[in-house]
Design a protein around this ligand. Structure first.
Ligand code: ADP
Length: 547
């Protein structure tokens, strides 16, 4: 349970702790809600975000929206004004149940104290059954300190694990026949597949059938990034030329360029696997619709493909083209990575981070270029080990996600590190959560890739010059942030370790020291060239030329 307590739900947090529920007090409800939602993604059970009425709940709406967009389970419990004060202008009064409807699958206020358990059960069940999402429960202040006879409480047992649904066998046969006729097949692995813990069956599909695969940002690690069939380094080319795509737990939304030209073939055949019937056919009419849990549906596909002993040829022109493109792209990224000029560029920074990060660390990432370039360089070797701005493109999620990941890791493997790679702008959204990290002594390493701005910035001399010329509110470009800010001092202010680095050598030393020192959270503030950018791209961002 994550939250910020005050009137009227202080006692709820105390009671939760007394029951053995871990409670993490955060500094902003947004971050608390992001953290609770990440627990849902990482464990398959909803984390809880506990907030006060009115503004507290409104701050949490960002986290609910983000969870719903990502299809992650989440339970938000909001205190609200006493029932008998409503419409009288009570303290922090707000129509909370109604407000949450837009942001959740289920939003309700129990009609009585006795009804609380059954409403909680319904909310938990709704959050994880079908397409996962956020749920809201409203607790009026006058519920909190009133009493009830135990015998009148309608106790509810915890719900069963979500039922697992298989795809229609006819649709499976149809999918298999489409796939076996593919000239240029491609598997796309999305975060729905990661959530469904489909790594074993998908790995088998890749290996047994020799298929190229492309993970989406949070699909990274379902099959390790260093698997020879991973074609992430030829992403644009793979999407553009594939003639059959098996879409495993990923939507054809902006992240996948809607599945449409100019990023895809106009007649690409999509075999779509999803747990949500309404998702099937969005943007592209599928060649086969497999409605069900991606893990078991992949087993169904494997069974049929195994019967036919089908394997995609490793000596195809498609493989040759993909390998050639990957080689070219990897070489051009490496050419940037080894540049000796200072300040460093993104590729140099990520190259050094990549070589030193432990393979099992959970990587949290946000920012514009920091996240996009970081994704292409930093490797994931295990599923559900990458968290980022996600479907909603939300900036400010990083520290909440890192806190959640560290809490989950603490239970599973206390040696595991959480590394949070942030742009300097992204860090600003929830920077005060560094205090939370230090208060709970979480083994989080934050790396701020600092270019003095949003997308790009400028250097200190230009900024000082600007200040002499007039009102900064008129002169300082909206995308620019204060140059050379010492974000590492935020960490040292709360007892963690801060590093300010400007060269590859300093970066390596700081990384080694902070990874070796498990006792202390740390923050490495890495200064880069304010004009550093992505390497040349084949397509502009978010192209949808047929609109
Ligand atoms: P990405 O961002 O990785 O492209 P999306 O969030 O767009 O992925 O898509 C995830 C999809 O996975 C959603 O359409 C969701 O309904 C689906 N999904 C979630 N859980 C499961 C599951 N257990 N089995 C199949 N599909 C799932």
């Amino acid at each position: 349970m994550f939250g910020i307590v005050g009137i009227p739900i202080i006692e709820v947090a105390f009671a939760a702790q007394a029951e053995g529920i871990k409670y993490i007090g955060m500094r902003n409800e947004q971050a608390a809600c992001y953290a609770a939602s990440a627990v849902g993604y990482l464990t398959g059970r909803p984390g809880v975000c506990l907030v006060v009425s009115g503004p507290g709940l409104i701050n949490a709406l960002s986290g609910m929206a983000n969870a719903n967009m990502n299809c992650w389970p989440l339970l938000v419990i909001g205190g609200s004004s006493d029932r008998n004060q409503e419409t009288l202008g009570a303290f922090q009064e707000f129509p909370q149940v109604e407000a949450c409807r837009l942001y959740s699958k289920f939003s309700a206020r129990p009609s009585s104290l006795e009804a609380i358990p059954s409403v909680i059960e319904k909310a938990v069940r709704s959050s994880i059954y079908g397409r996962p999402g956020a749920c809201y429960i409203d607790i009026p202040g006058d519920f909190v300190n009133s009493h009830v006879n135990r015998t009148s409480v309608r106790y509810a047992e915890c719900c069963l694990a979500p039922p697992v649904s298989l795809a229609d066998t006819l649709a499976v046969s149809q999918a298999v026949s489409v796939l076996m006729n593919a000239q240029r097949p491609l598997l796309i692995l999305g975060k729905g597949a990661a959530y469904s813990c489909a790594e074993k069956s998908i790995r088998k599909l890749v290996d047994q059938c020799g298929l190229p695969f492309l993970p989406t940002p949070m699909g990274k690690g379902i099959v390790p990034d260093n698997h020879p069939n991973c074609v992430a380094a030829a992403r644009s080319s793979a999407l553009l030329h594939a003639d059959v795509i098996v879409l495993l737990g990923a939507r054809l939304n902006w992240i996948l360029h809607f599945g449409l030209p100019p990023r895809f073939q106009p007649d690409v055949k999509i075999i779509q696997v999803d747990i949500c019937a309404e998702e099937l056919g969005n943007n592209v009419k599928p060649a086969a619709c497999l409605l069900g849990d991606v893990s078991v549906v992949t087993e169904q596909l494997l069974e049929q493909l195994g019967k036919q002993s089908w394997r995609y040829s490793s000596s195809s022109v498609w493989w040759d083209d993909l390998k050639e493109k990957m080689k070219q792209n990897e070489e051009s990224a490496m050419a940037l990575a080894v540049q000796k000029s200072l300040p460093m560029n993104y590729y140099t920074v990520f190259h050094h981070i990549r070589t030193l990060l432990p393979k099992d660390c959970i990587i949290v990432s946000e920012g514009a270029n920091t996240m996009d370039i970081g994704r292409t360089v930093l490797q994931n070797y295990e599923p559900r080990h990458r968290l980022d701005a996600g479907t909603f493109g939300t900036m400010g999620v990083g520290l909440g996600f890192a806190i959640a990941a560290a809490m989950v890791a603490r239970d599973r493997n206390p040696e595991q590190r959480v590394v949070c790679v942030e742009g300097d702008s992204a860090f600003g959204f929830s920077g005060m959560e560094v205090e939370t990290i230090c208060r709970y002594n979480l083994p989080v390493l934050i790396i701020v890739v600092n270019n003095n701005g949003i997308y790009s910035g400028f250097d200190e001399s230009v900024w000082k010059e600007m200040l002499t010329q007039g009102d900064p509110a008129i002169l300082v470009p909206p995308l620019f942030l204060r140059p050379n800010s010492h974000y590492e001092q935020v960490m040292s202010a709360f007892g963690g370790k801060g590093y300010f680095v400007q060269t590859p050598e300093e970066l390596q030393d700081a990384l080694k020291a902070s990874l070796a020192d498990r006792a202390l959270p740390s923050l490495i503030n890495v200064m880069i060239d304010p004009l550093s950018d992505r390497k040349k791209q084949d397509f502009p961002w978010l192209t949808r030329s047929n609109l």
